[in-house]
Design a protein around this ligand. Structure first.
Ligand SMILES: [Zn+2]
Length: 83
C-alpha cells in the first residue's frame, strides 16, 4: 500500500550526495526508502526527495547515510582489531 504513485519502487530512492549519482541499492521497505534510509527519513535526516537534509550536521551520520549500500573497497587481508 505504499506505492500509490505508480512509480517503479523496488529500489531505495535515497540519492547520495557523493557526486549526486549514487542510488542506494537496497530494496524498498517503505515510502520508497529501504529500512535504513526510511528510519533516517523519519528522523528528518533524509528529505522526501531522497537527499540528505542540509540540516543534518553530524558528519559521521552523513557519511553513514551516504555510504550505506556502497560496496567498500576490498577489505585488507588482516584483522584491523589485531595489530
Ligand atoms: Zn537506502
Amino acid at each position: 500500500m505504499t506505492s500509490e504513485n505508480g512509480a517503479p519502487a523496488d529500489r531505495c530512492r535515497f540519492l547520495s550526495s557523493l557526486g549526486g549519482v549514487h542510488h542506494c541499492p537496497d530494496p524498498v521497505y517503505r515510502e520508497g526508502f529501504c529500512h535504513f534510509h526510511f528510519e533516517a527519513f523519519l528522523r528528518e535526516e533524509v528529505l522526501a526527495n531522497g537527499q540528505l537534509s542540509e540540516r543534518l550536521t553530524d558528519q559521521h551520520r552523513r557519511r553513514a547515510l551516504n555510504y550505506h549500500g556502497i560496496p567498500l573497497e576490498p577489505a585488507p587481508n588482516h584483522d584491523p582489531f589485531h595489530r
